[in-house]
Design a protein around this ligand. Structure first.
Ligand code: ZN
Length: 76
């Protein structure tokens, strides 16, 4: 059994769709406070891989070194 509270409906802070939303994890950094299930999972997966979901996320949360490294790998 999970101990999560009953999901609430709201507007996802990333895709702006009105859906069941979940609070973002504090250790994700500067991200929308409420995320729909698919966006929440994208952040969860990205952080599990020390990655970012998109450029906005990277600019908000990555260090300069990480952005440079991301650019370097994106060129390949
Ligand atoms: Zn969403």
């Amino acid at each position: 059994m999970t101990t999560q509270p009953t999901p609430a409906e709201g507007t996802c802070g990333r895709c702006q769709q009105r859906r069941v939303v979940h609070p973002a994890k504090p250790n994700w950094g500067h991200v929308p406070k409420l995320l729909c299930t698919s966006c929440w999972q994208r952040y969860d997966e990205a952080r599990a891989n020390d990655d970012y979901v998109d450029w906005n996320d990277a600019f908000d949360n990555a260090s300069d070194e990480e952005i440079v490294a991301h650019l370097a790998t994106a060129k390949d």
